[in-house]
Design a protein around this ligand. Structure first.
Ligand code: ATP
Ligand code: MG
Length: 256
């Protein structure tokens, strides 16, 4: 396809004979917010773990910008620009919001550029950290101890520390999980905002979020791709409705 940033070909993963991911071929277009949805146990997180090299596939291939990364190490693909939020970039609760972002930046740049060497470099680091906080609407919280942040704001901080690593492709596993309406709304707009100039692949259960911001959706069921398309396309698919029977009364429950 035209401009795929990420492709999987016949990707499979078995655990002692149990196939969690089976023959999954995904095509994520550059610039898209692409959602991976499906009932519990469908294989979404396993897929993510394969893409970020936390797991080694049993079969198949993964291509990033046309390059085969099937056998690449986690640190290598992170350097290439594939960054997973909420796992890699855990935040330190006792540090301030600004300190956390600075650590994210130092992790990315410190060893290469030896930022701590001069006062001017430190200023530049602070400027960059404040710019990232502004991007996620956290400027007013710069000196707040992270543990004291409201939940939705913590997620915004995690997104800022992910942005510090300059991702070309961001992977988000259930970014709005466990949030109330207001935080869901805030984090959803934030994801939309930071998607500019980047590509996002996210697992999401909230169909309002999926229908609201996702360009393309892959539906997984029992390890395989059941359907693919826009929200309108997949939400009208009878097989998809059936897969959600019992959990959402046969409807995806979005705003349409
Ligand atoms: N390390 C493992 N060993 C054995 N089985 C596993 C392992 N990891 C996942 N599985 C199984 O693979 C299947 C897919 O799990 P996975 O966590 O990928 O689903 P999911 O779509 O992310 O589900 P959820 O919506 O609940 O997060 C499940 O049946 C799970 O029990
Ligand atoms: Mg999961």
């Amino acid at each position: 396809m035209a401009d795929a940033i990420l492709e999987t070909r016949h990707l499979s993963k078995s655990f002692k004979g149990f196939t969690a991911v089976h023959d999954v071929s995904l095509n994520v277009q550059r610039g898209h917010i692409h959602a991976l949805i499906g009932p519990n146990g469908a294989g979404k997180t396993t897929c993510f773990n394969l893409l970020t090299k936390f797991l080694v596939p049993t079969d198949g291939q993964i291509l990033f910008n046309g390059r085969d990364i099937t056998n690449a190490k986690p640190a290598h693909i992170a350097r290439m620009g594939i960054i997973r939020s909420f796992q890699i970039s855990a935040v330190f609760p006792h540090l301030t919001v600004l300190q956390n972002v600075r650590i994210g930046l130092q992790r990315e740049l410190g060893t290469t550029y030896q930022f701590w060497r001069s006062e001017r470099s430190l200023d530049r680091l602070n400027d960059r950290a404040m710019a990232l906080l502004a991007e996620v609407d956290l400027s007013a919280f710069a000196d707040t101890v992270t543990a004291d942040l409201p939940y939705g704001r913590k997620r915004a901080l995690e997104i800022a520390t992910t942005l510090a690593m300059e991702p070309e492709l961001m992977l988000l596993d259930e970014p709005t999980q466990g949030m109330g309406h207001e935080d869901v709304h805030r984090v959803t707009s934030l994801i939309k905002k930071v998607s500019a100039g980047r590509t996002i692949l996210m697992v999401e259960h909230n169909m309002n979020v999926v229908s609201g911001i996702c360009d393309r959706i892959s539906v997984l069921q029992r390890g395989s791709v059941l359907a693919e398309g826009s929200y309108d396309e997949v939400s009208r698919n009878p097989e998809v409705m059936e897969a959600y029977m019992g959990t959402a009364g046969g409807e995806l429950g979005g705003v349409h």
